[in-house]
Design a protein. Structure first.
Length: 398
């Protein structure tokens, strides 16, 4: 049965949530599922703004059929050709053979690459328009937010921005599809950050370029492809994006990440966090990188100003999960953090050297002294060293 909602004059939400999904992109934990938004504009012409993932396509087709109410589907704007929004294209073309697909040159090319279909296409470039009747869409390129073919679309008659992946979040929605219908800052901000950091975080420069373009538009509503729609307090999400896109930390505190085989490196992390607390540092957060899924760690690294990496030496390398985490941070272009380093090893310690090398390939990482080397477990010497490191860390978050 259909489940749709009018969100703006002539604009209907026809999306769906998938609460069974365990891993978005088969990579990122989604314990609360995932939502997929798309929108139907009913004007002189009908226009679908993006498609949906296969997993929820039956719901989507029920929604679309109801919202169209017997009308033909004239256009589909493909803002983003990732299959979580596009796997329904082959069936859409079967159901609506006169459908014209609107997208960037790259998007149209990708339709052929994914589905071996030569679609009846309208290729659009920066500031090209599509008039549907009262509503005219103006397209803006947004390459790498999150793929190279991405465009966003602005309907000036209503001030509605269709923002593609930008401003999304992980998590299924529960009827309250507008951000002002939930306690967004309390319940959703963390998942929006985790989504941004992991999905788009590598492309801060490109995200910033998109934000600059938006400044010239009178945006009154933001309709993203995932999670909540924004019709009030748009600055809440826009300001966060300005922060994340420039790798500016939100929290003036310390996140301590440890990779520990038998608990002794974890012990050092706990001792350090207690010393930080005694120095007056609030909101310190300790993570076991073997326990917490890496997308949450990446998100925390985007959030905190100062980071500590404490790793056991393992196969003469950084402990595996810590290595994965640090590599992920490098791949996501994280920059501009204060960093404390702790290594542990019972013989041939090498984690510090390896971590220092890896962090040295990232921009503006301020490696603090002293770096702590633990031989098997914390002793009185390293305990004193942890005290000195805590003082250096505390200075960075004053
Ligand atoms: Fe929601 Fe980049 O796909």
């Amino acid at each position: 049965m259909y489940n749709i909602r009018e969100v703006q004059k002539d604009i209907w939400w026809v999306g769906a949530s998938d609460r069974r999904l365990q891993l978005f992109e088969n990579a990122y934990a989604t314990p609360d599922g995932m939502s997929y938004n798309n929108y139907l504009i009913l004007d002189d012409k009908t226009c679908l703004m993006d498609g949906i993932d296969d997993a929820v396509s039956r719901q989507f087709f029920d929604n679309l059929t109801k919202a169209l109410d017997g009308r033909e589907l004239d256009y589909m704007v493909v803002q983003h050709m990732e299959p979580d929004h596009c796997s329904c294209i082959p069936e859409l073309l079967l159901r609506y053979p006169k459908l014209k697909i609107v997208g960037s040159q790259k998007a149209i090319q990708m339709i052929d690459q994914f589905y071996h279909i030569k679609a009846d296409a309208v290729v659009v470039k920066e500031k090209d328009t599509l008039t549907l009747g009262e509503h005219t869409l103006t397209f803006f390129t947004a390459a790498m937010v999150h793929w190279p073919e991405v465009i966003v679309s602005f309907d000036a008659s209503t001030g509605t921005l269709f923002s593609a992946d930008a401003f999304g979040a992980f998590g299924a929605m529960s009827g309250n599809i507008f951000a002002d219908e939930v306690d967004w800052e309390h319940d959703w901000k963390d998942e929006a950050r985790r989504y941004y950091a992991n999905i788009v975080g590598k492309y801060g420069v490109q995200t910033n370029a998109l934000l600059k373009k938006l400044e010239s538009l009178d945006v009154k509503m933001i309709l993203p492809l995932h999670a909540h729609l924004w019709r009030k307090n748009l600055d809440t999400i826009i300001d966060l994006y300005k922060c994340w896109a420039t790798y500016t930390p939100e929290k003036k505190s310390v996140a301590v990440f440890y990779g520990s085989v038998y608990g002794h490196t974890g012990n050092a992390a706990d001792i350090l966090s207690m010393k930080l607390a005694e120095l007056g540092v609030r909101d310190v957060k300790v993570f076991d990188v073997s326990k917490t899924e890496v997308s949450y760690l990446v998100s925390a690294a985007f959030e905190y100003r100062t980071l500590v990496f404490a790793s056991a030496t393992y196969n003469a390398e950084i402990f595996d999960n810590m290595h994965t985490f640090l590599t992920d941070l490098k791949n996501h272009n994280l920059s501009g953090r204060n960093v404390g380093i702790i290594e542990n090893g019972s013989w041939a310690l090498s984690a510090k050297k390896k971590m220092t090398e890896l962090l040295g390939t990232m921009k503006n990482m301020n490696l603090l002294e002293p770096m702590i080397s633990i031989t098997s477990s914390v002793d009185e010497n390293t305990l004193a060293g942890l005290g000195d490191l805590a003082k250096a860390l505390a200075e960075t978050v004053k």
